[in-house]
Write a protein that binds this ligand. Structure first.
Ligand SMILES: Nc1ncnc2c1ncn2[C@@H]1O[C@H](COP(=O)(O)OP(=O)(O)OP(=O)(O)O)[C@@H](O)[C@H]1O
Length: 215
């Protein structure tokens, strides 16, 4: 996925991203770092087709990215910072609904849900309501949902912020497994150790980006 010279603003405001360029290839895990407010979420939302750049281009699978529907069709999966789960559904239902909406048959959705929750250590939580899960369990459920969708591009926004050390390592390993499967993975994080475990690092400060570590 290619981001080239992108400017992004909210409404009529000043651009929050200014001339940001980055390429992430299948098989790579790219960390997006930078202080709070630097523009990490804005970059991921732009790559997910939710925000539209005022200048520059975003390309997915060699095509200019049009909008969110186009991103979904090109298998760009976003695991949002606030987890985006339906609190009144169970963990398992959250995955099944997303999979069925993506065109997966109900039996396959059940199988993929069980496999993905198991990968995140959540088999026991399958039938628990999301609102009854801890913050870290909710975060892992959101990751399980993202992984179950098996995207070609996986955009993971601060997905380890509420996890203990063992689960953080588990999630980092899973992001690398996604890359090994052939996905291009972007991982926004505040955590220098987590960033160091990625292949590449893009550092954002005040909406401007620098590739501080190349693969
Ligand atoms: N919906 C919005 N409307 C207006 N400004 C916004 C909106 N969302 C974010 N911003 C602004 O855009 C800038 C970048 O925010 P963004 O959330 O992308 O940063 P971030 O690096 O992800 O921060 P954090 O690490 O705290 O999540 C900030 O100055 C923020 O105030």
């Amino acid at each position: 996925m290619v981001v080239d010279g992108v400017f992004v603003a909210y409404g009529d405001g000043e651009p929050v991203l200014r001339d940001v360029s980055v390429t992430v290839e299948p098989g790579q895990v790219l960390a997006v770092t930078g202080p709070s407010g630097a523009g990490k979420t804005t970059l991921l939302w732009t790559m997910a087709g939710i925000l539209r750049p005022s200048a520059g281009k975003v390309e997915v699978a060699g095509e200019p990215l049009r909008d969110r529907d186009h991103a979904v069709a090109r298998k760009v999966v976003l695991v949002p910072q606030d987890n985006g789960l339906a609190a009144i559904l169970t963990a398992g239902e959250n995955l099944q609904v997303a999979l069925i909406a993506a065109g997966v048959t109900p039996p396959d959705a059940r199988r993929l849900t069980a496999e993905s929750l198991e990968r995140l250590g959540l088999a026991q939580q399958t039938d628990q309501l999301v609102e009854e899960l801890s913050g870290g369990q909710q975060q892992r459920t959101a990751i399980a949902r993202g992984l179950a969708l098996a995207g070609d591009v996986l955009l993971a926004d601060e997905v380890t912020s509420e996890l203990d050390a063992a689960n953080r390592q588990r999630v980092l390993d899973l992001l690398h497994e996604e890359a090994a499967r052939g996905a291009a993975v972007l991982f926004a994080t505040h955590d220098p150790e987590a960033a160091a475990a990625c292949d590449l690092e893009l550092h954002l400060v005040d909406g401007q980006a620098e590739l501080v570590r190349a693969g």
